[in-house]
Design a binder for this molecule. Structure first.
Ligand code: ADP
Ligand code: ADP
Length: 224
């Protein structure tokens, strides 16, 4: 499902953010990407989502070789992926419903289908009752859940999250991670970058550790 073969990413500055990474995540699997700030976690997620291109090596995502993908194919490829950021990037001049519906509007879905899917996604994150609210009136945990609803509204095969609990307290962080586990349980492949070792090692999922652009080790969490 996600396969990196000898992937190196060097930014135009000359900095090598990832060095010869070999990594495989099966369809339907879930894994955490750990490592200190600057280790290359965001870069790795960006390569998988085709936000950045590798300098060397191959990426196979959802049976597609990203090297051979023409720019015009990229938007279609991205529809197979949902991305969640630490600071959720919600539009504050639109309602919760409109934020979640936006990807479907852009993709040209019909009105009634947009409404049905957006409400189903909000229901899945427990926020259907807030559909008319302005994002600014929600708590930070709720705002992050709106970001998650928006990321899954088009039912992506792969869900990527970059420090999704970075701004949340421990209890809310755990709730967010459990939400990801539920999406994984219905078949979505999930990869989450997080440096919250205490939380993620308690969740019983594999962890992949990056250190200064190198894959350090792959191990099952102690508690599993
Ligand atoms: P992490 O997500 O683990 O904090 P990143 O992937 O964001 O790590 O960054 C890895 C390294 O690459 C860092 O040293 C960072 O400064 C560098 N880097 C990230 N993005 C860019 C960029 N667009 N241009 C140059 N260097 C970058
Ligand atoms: P459909 O009838 O089009 O298959 P569902 O009613 O099953 O849609 O699901 C509606 C919404 O529930 C989706 O838009 C999505 O937000 C969420 N959803 C359902 N299944 C998944 C999944 N496997 N991964 C992520 N989100 C999902």
């Amino acid at each position: 499902m996600i396969h990196l073969k000898n992937v190196t990413k060097r930014y135009p500055t000359g900095h090598e953010a990832l060095s010869r990474i070999n990594l495989k995540l099966d369809k339907g699997a879930m894994a955490f990407l750990t490592g200190h700030s600057g280790a290359g976690k965001s870069t790795l997620l960006k390569l998988i989502a085709l936000i950045e291109r590798p300098t060397r090596g191959r990426l196979i995502v959802n049976d597609q070789d990203l090297a051979g993908m023409a720019p015009r194919q990229v938007p279609y490829f991205r529809r197979q992926i949902g991305i969640i950021f630490q600071d959720h990037h919600l539009l504050h001049d639109r309602s919760v419903f409109d934020n979640v519906a936006l990807p479907l509007v852009i993709q040209g879905y019909r009105q009634h289908e947009i409404a049905r899917r957006a409400r189903a996604a909000l229901d899945r994150v427990g926020l259907l009752h807030k559909e008319g609210a302005a994002p600014i009136t929600l708590s930070s945990g709720e705002q992050q859940r709106v970001g998650i609803a928006r990321a899954v509204v088009h039912k992506p095969a792969i869900l990527l999250a970059d420090e999704p609990t970075g701004n949340l307290d421990p209890e809310l962080s755990r709730e967010i991670m459990e939400l990801f586990i539920r999406f994984n349980q219905v078949g979505t492949t999930v990869m989450i970058a997080s440096h919250d070792l205490e939380l993620i090692s308690s969740l019983g999922k594999p962890m992949v550790r990056l250190h200064e652009g190198h894959l350090q080790r792959e191990r099952a969490p102690e508690s599993a």
